[in-house]
Design a protein around this ligand. Sequence first.
Ligand SMILES: [Zn+2]
Length: 71
Amino acid sequence: MKCYDNDYKWHKKDVIDRCFMCGGNSERLFVVRHIASMKMVHLCPDCMVDKMSEYCLDNTRAWKGNMIKGD
Ligand SMILES: [Zn+2]
């Protein structure tokens, strides 16, 4: 596992293969930044749409690690 840039701090309650909001393990999770805490979390598409004003997609730099387990 590669070290991430300091700007990528994960929320301590985030779980890699679960949605941060609803806890569902959707096969498609978005990596987004929680604006209030500036921490990275995973969101399923439903919560992403629901909470769009509270989270933003952070694609300001290349994503180096593959956080999704399996293939
Ligand atoms: Zn969700």
